[in-house]
Design a protein around this ligand. Structure first.
Ligand SMILES: *[C@@H]1O[C@H](CO)[C@@H](O)[C@H](O)[C@H]1NC(C)=O
Length: 195
C-alpha cells in the first residue's frame, strides 16, 4: 500500500470524482440531481450563459492525464509536477489507476475548500463548494496536509453507467485564508459505446 498524502490527489480526486469516483456520495447525488434537472430543463441557453469565461492562462500538467493547470500565472500553493493515469483516456466500466506527484509550499489546514464546476457538453451540471478536508477523507487523506513533496497512487472504478459525452471539470481550491491552492481543469470524453 502506498501511504502518502497529497493535496494534488485530493484536489484531483474532488474534481475527477464528479464522474470518476462514485464513493464520494455528495458528488454522486449532485450529479444525479443535475441529470434530472437537465431532463426537465428547456432553458439550456440560460445555463450556457452562466459559464465562467475560459481562462487563457492554462498550462498542461506533465504526464498523460487530460488535465491543465488554470490561472497558471497566479501563485498557487500546489505545484502539480506529474499526473499519470492508466488507461489514458479513462474508459467507463474499467478501473483507472492514478498517480500524482506534487509539491505543497504550505500546510493545508481545516477550513480549506474547493469550488467545483462540472460541464457536460454545453450544460452546466454542478457548481458546488466542498469542504476540502471533508472530501479528502474519502481518499484516505487527513488535514492538516503537510507541506513538501507529495506522491500518491490510487485506483478508482469508473462506473459503466456514466452517461456518454464530454465532461469538463474545473476545480479551484483555496486554503482557509482564501489563498489559491490550485486551479485545475480536466476534460474527459466518454464515447457512446465503451471499450
Ligand atoms: C477493479 O478493481 C477492483 C479492486 O481491485 C476489483 O475488485 C475489480 O474486479 C476491478 N474491476 C475491473 C473491471 O477490473
Amino acid at each position: 500500500m502506498v501511504n502518502v498524502k497529497t493535496l494534488a490527489w485530493a484536489t484531483l480526486a474532488v474534481s475527477a470524482s464528479a464522474f470518476l469516483i462514485p464513493s464520494i456520495q455528495a458528488l454522486g447525488d449532485d450529479l444525479a440531481d443535475a441529470f434530472d434537472s437537465i431532463a426537465e430543463s428547456v432553458h439550456l441557453g440560460d445555463q450556457v450563459a452562466t459559464f465562467p469565461t475560459p481562462n487563457p492562462n492554462e498550462k498542461p500538467v506533465p504526464g498523460n492525464a487530460p488535465i491543465v493547470q488554470c490561472e497558471a500565472l497566479n501563485a498557487q500553493i500546489l505545484d502539480l509536477q506529474e499526473v499519470i493515469i492508466d488507461p489514458s483516456p479513462p474508459v467507463k466500466g474499467q478501473n483507472l489507476t492514478f498517480s500524482a506527484t506534487g509539491f505543497l509550499s504550505e500546510d493545508i489546514e481545516d477550513g480549506a475548500y474547493v469550488d467545483v464546476d462540472v460541464r457536460f457538453g454545453f450544460i452546466r451540471l454542478i457548481h458546488q463548494t466542498y469542504d476540502l478536508c471533508e472530501q479528502v477523507e474519502n481518499v484516505d487523506l487527513e488535514c492538516p496536509i503537510k507541506k513538501g513533496k507529495q506522491v500518491i497512487t490510487k485506483l478508482v472504478e469508473i462506473p459503466a453507467e456514466v452517461p456518454p459525452g464530454k465532461y469538463v471539470v474545473n476545480a479551484r481550491a483555496f486554503d482557509k485564508n482564501d489563498v489559491l491552492i490550485t486551479c485545475l481543469t480536466a476534460t474527459v470524453e466518454f464515447p457512446a459505446t465503451s471499450g
